[in-house]
Ligand binder design. Structure first.
Ligand code: GUN
Length: 300
């Protein structure tokens, strides 16, 4: 079989960002409302810092007001909850994102449930989880990574996935579970597999649509992929790349890889997302789209 089509998430995300920019300009023109996105980060995890930095930067590019709260790792739960409540009450803020994971001494669920569901642009609040799982997708804020992954799947296969089997590897609240809901809503037949699944490779080989969200570098080899499958790689893992030489401090340089072994999977799949440049840029684009939607709703 020919090499798979490489799904260009960066290009699709750029188109979404352009639409968001135009929508923002129209909203601000008509109502004077400028969408506001607040991102909150606790601690100094380097990967989280990078994600939060690009979220804030893209928000600015879209014409949003971008607010960033950088709190040190010792910040108390009570302080964080107070900040969230203040953002809930701020009419200039339409989207609130608290970057996860949070330090161990903070109850993540409590923080998420304190966010106003109508400003929960991450789609993690129970109200939004409930809306999604009961099929009220018009009202729900859908988590950004699965929403972006779904757009890429639609780009290849169209809107109706009737008769398609989908396997998601990973059962997180952020990706695996909402991804399953979205695929189900599009009529796919869905399996959620995970680290305890028996004979995982053979389960994955049954998938017309294979979504990898396990957080283990290149775990899904060619053996996991059905001929002609659409493969969506949600993983972003930094691994050592001694072939690139050494950094100034003498340690090996690094590179980003997904949860899928790209070369092996691409030899079998019909279409596949690369890492980087696949799902990653879509996550940020969907966050902007959710924030604009929230601002439009609040402007009536
Ligand atoms: N950590 C990893 N992905 C995400 C995300 O989509 N949103 C938030 N808030 N934290 C994350």
């Amino acid at each position: 079989m020919a090499e798979a089509r490489r799904i260009d998430g960066k290009a699709v995300a750029a188109r979404i960002i352009e639409t968001v920019k135009a929508g923002t300009a129209a909203l601000t023109d008509k109502t004077g409302t400028k969408p506001g996105l607040a991102v909150v980060i606790v601690g100094s995890d380097p990967a989280s810092q990078v994600y939060v930095g690009s979220k804030a930067k893209t928000a600015n590019e879209c014409g949003f007001t971008s607010i960033k709260h950088e709190l040190d790792a010792e910040t108390s739960e009570a302080t964080l909850l107070d900040i969230v409540r203040d953002l809930n009450a701020d009419p200039g803020v339409h989207g609130i994102l608290v970057q996860l994971p949070l330090p161990k001494h903070i109850d993540e669920a409590k923080v998420i449930q304190t966010i106003d569901p109508d400003k929960d642009v991450d789609g993690f609040h129970l109200i939004n989880v409930g809306r999604l799982s009961t099929g009220s997708t018009d009202e729900a804020f859908v988590p950004c990574t699965p929403a972006g992954s779904m757009l890429l799947i639609r780009d290849v296969l169209g809107d109706d996935l009737s008769g398609k089997t989908a396997v998601i590897v990973g059962r997180s609240n952020i990706v695996g579970k909402p991804m399953a809901q979205l695929l189900l809503a599009a009529n796919a037949t869905v399996t959620i597999a995970h680290s305890r699944t028996k004979d995982l490779a053979s389960v994955c080989r049954g998938a017309d649509i294979l979504v990898a969200a396990v957080g283990r570098p290149e775990m899904l080899t060619g053996d996991y992929v059905k001929e002609g499958a659409v493969v969506i790689d949600v993983g972003i893992n930094r691994i050592e790349a001694p072939e690139k030489g050494l950094k100034e401090d003498g340690t090996p340089k690094t590179r980003l890889v997904g949860d899928v072994n790209y070369a092996e999977a691409a030899a079998k799949a019909a279409a596949i997302t690369p890492v980087p440049g696949g799902v990653g840029p879509m996550t940020i684009a969907m966050l902007m789209a959710n924030t604009l939607r929230s601002a439009c709703r609040s402007a009536g």
